[in-house]
Design a protein around this ligand. Structure first.
Ligand code: SF4
Length: 369
């Protein structure tokens, strides 16, 4: 039974660093989008999912009626096997009313895009919400007893190790069971990159960014949150099930603008533009823009590279069952050099990135594609 991802591409504003597939919320466009989503879900989601992830964008930028409509789209499905149902949210878009609605629909977990609890950090990142709003959103989630995952960003211009430690410690004190800590990137075409180009802001630089990356597990481990993926930390037993399925090469169905799917050896990608997506659904019943049937070898390599992002690494026996490939055969040419160089190591049946390789994972993994 595949995992189900639902993309809601609306946000109340655009953050300065963001290059995700999202548009500024517009009530009538969101209504039209939900009508298209209804058609897509009814035709493409035929199996009962085990995990559901509603991401964006900001799903909670939808108003109460639209959220009701969104959750009604799952009514025809058997949701008794769902073990985790996550909705992404941002500070400033939550209310007790909305959270009760989420709870009644069956949502078990909220992933809150805090990014920083410090006003200076939020201003630099061009976030619309304030530090106070971030703390209020956390308080609402605590009050309604939702399992909570927080997103934080490190490495923004001007951030010091003390600033980052302070953010991590504030996040830990909220009782969040899961933290995602991403290093800031300066994507092409974003206002933040433009500010760096014009000299209005100065990037921290590799060494300072590395110091923040290295500080993260030290602060979090002492608070009971262990790293299990390069950017993700969880309390015992609280890893993100939906994402684990993705990292371990499981199948998934994605619905909505720009959503990706992987089923029966084929990858699908929907049209990314919201209007394009709506028009395609009405014109022909689906919005698939591209189908990519990749070879079993290419798929196994892709799966292995994503799986190596987990700190435990790849369970080689599970990998063989899932892909039909033995890791030593699949990477016969690359493995000796990467093992000798101290970038990869075997721990029993598990092939993993060494601790030394973690901060440079992208450069190591590209050798294995
Ligand atoms: S809230 Fe998230 S998706 Fe929306 S603009 Fe900001 S970073 Fe992008």
């Amino acid at each position: 039974m595949p995992a189900l991802y639902v993309h809601i591409p609306f946000c109340v504003s655009r953050c300065d660093y963001c290059d995700f597939n999202r548009v500024v919320y517009d009530r009538s466009l969101a209504d039209a989008y939900l009508a298209a989503l209804e058609k897509e879900i009814a035709t493409r989601v035929t199996d009962a999912p085990t995990t559901i992830y509603i991401g964006g964008g900001t799903p909670t930028s939808l108003n109460r009626e639209q959220l009701e409509k969104l959750f009604s789209l799952f009514d025809f499905l058997d949701l008794s096997a769902v073990v985790e149902w996550t909705v992404e949210a941002n500070p400033g878009t939550l209310s007790v009313d909305k959270l009760i609605l989420l709870r009644d629909a069956g949502v078990t977990r909220v992933s809150l895009g805090v990014q920083s609890f410090r006003q200076a950090g939020l201003d630099t990142l061009g976030r619309r919400h304030s530090a106070k709003a971030a703390k209020m959103a956390v308080a609402l989630l605590q009050e309604t007893a939702f399992a909570m995952s927080l997103d934080l960003i490190f490495g923004y211009p001007g951030q010091t190790p003390d600033d980052w430690r302070d953010d991590l410690q504030t996040a830990v004190k909220t009782g969040a069971e899961h933290l995602s800590c991403y290093g800031l990137t300066y994507a092409d075409g974003t206002p933040l990159r433009e500010k760096i180009r014009r000299g209005k802001l100065t990037a921290l630089g590799e060494n300072a960014e590395y110091a923040l990356f290295a500080l993260t597990p030290t602060v979090l481990a002492s608070a009971g949150l262990a790293r299990y993926e390069i950017s993700n930390f969880a309390r015992a037993g609280k890893t993100a099930r939906h994402n684990l399925n993705y990292w371990q090469g499981g199948e998934y169905i994605g619905v909505g603008a720009g959503a990706h799917s992987y089923q029966s050896g084929e990858r699908f990608e929907n049209y990314g533009g919201v209007r394009e997506y709506i028009d395609a659904i009405h014109a022909r019943g689906d919005a698939v823009a591209a189908v990519d049937k990749i070879s079993a070898t290419a798929r196994a390599k892709e799966c292995g590279v994503i799986w190596l992002r987990l700190t435990d690494g790849i369970d080689s026996e599970q990998f063989a069952r899932r892909t039909g490939f033995n890791l030593r055969d699949l990477w016969r040419e690359q493995l000796p050099e990467l093992l000798d160089g101290g970038w990869l190591e075997w721990r029993g049946n598990f092939l993993r990135l060494t601790d030394h390789a973690l901060p440079l994972a992208d450069s190591v993994l590209v050798e294995l594609v």
